[in-house]
Design a protein around this ligand. Structure first.
Ligand code: 3NM
Length: 217
C-alpha cells in the first residue's frame, strides 16, 4: 500500500464548477491546500474525446505545480495515456484487481466501497485507499446509495487500521468533524468546494477544520 495524503480530497468534473472556469476553481482549491485531486468527468454533461483529454492534461499540470496527486476516475485508458498518479473506481466500474493489473504497482488505486466485504476485496485487489459514502445526502451523484452515516466507516477503520479511508457525500467544513472522528483519514468533497463562491477560502477552511481535529497520516 502506497502512502497518499487523502485528508482533503477534492473531486471535480468540468461541469461541477458553479462559478467561474473549472480550471480556475481547481487552482483556487489547490491554493487553499487540498491534498489530493480526482478528475471525475462522468455523466451527461461530461466532456468527451479530445476535449476531455485536454481538460485532464490541464488539471494534471495544475496539480503537478502544487505537488498534489492527480487521480482519474474510472478512465484507465486516459490515466495511462497521460501518466496520471492513479485511478479511482467504483463497484460498477472495471474491477479493482483488473485496474491494478493495468496501471501497475507504482500508481495509486482508490476504490469506492459500501461494506466490510467490499473493503476486504478492495484491499486484496491492491487498493491504496478506499472511499466510503454517502455519509450525508449528496446532490452530486444521482445514483448514490442511501445515506450511510459514519458507522460503517468506524467498522472498517477498526478492522483495517492501516487502510486509509475517505468519507464522501454531502461533506462540508461544518459537518466533517464526525466523519474524521469516526475513523476516516480524510474527506472527499465535490460541491462544498466546486460550488463555493470562493473555492480557495472554502478549501482553506476545510483544511483547517481537518487539521484541527488532528489528523496525522
Ligand atoms: N460518490 P458532494 S457520493 C462521487 O457515496 C460521489 O460513493 C459518492 O459529492 C459515494 O461532495 C459522491 O457534492 C458525490 O456531496 C459527492
Amino acid at each position: 500500500m502506497k502512502d497518499v495524503d487523502v485528508r482533503v480530497y477534492f473531486i471535480m468534473g468540468s461541469f461541477n464548477a458553479a462559478y467561474g472556469e473549472p480550471l480556475e476553481v481547481l487552482e483556487q482549491a489547490l491554493r487553499g491546500g487540498i491534498t489530493c485531486f480526482q478528475l471525475r468527468e462522468k455523466g451527461p454533461n461530461a466532456l468527451q474525446g479530445d476535449e476531455k483529454l485536454a481538460f485532464a492534461k490541464s488539471c494534471q499540470q495544475l496539480c503537478q505545480a502544487f505537488g498534489v496527486p492527480f487521480i482519474v476516475n474510472d478512465d484507465v485508458e486516459l490515466a495511462c495515456r497521460i501518466d496520471a498518479d492513479g485511478v479511482h473506481v467504483g463497484q460498477d466500474d472495471l474491477s479493482a484487481a483488473e485496474v491494478r493489473r493495468q496501471i501497475g504497482e507504482d500508481k495509486l488505486l482508490g476504490v469506492s466501497v459500501h461494506s466490510i466485504e467490499e473493503a476486504t476485496a478492495a484491499l486484496a485487489a491492491g487498493a491504496d485507499y478506499i472511499g466510503m459514502g454517502p455519509v450525508y445526502q449528496t446532490g452530486s451523484k444521482p445514483d448514490a446509495k442511501p445515506v450511510a452515516g459514519t458507522s460503517r466507516i468506524s467498522e472498517v477503520a477498526a478492522l483495517f487500521p492501516e487502510l486509509p479511508i475517505v468519507g464522501i457525500g454531502g461533506i462540508t467544513a461544518a459537518n466533517l468533524d464526525s466523519v474524521i472522528k469516526s475513523g476516516a483519514d480524510g474527506v472527499s468533497i465535490i460541491s462544498a468546494i466546486a460550488g463555493a463562491g470562493n473555492p480557495e477560502k472554502t478549501a482553506r477552511s476545510i483544511v483547517k477544520a481537518v487539521q484541527y481535529i488532528g489528523v496525522n497520516l
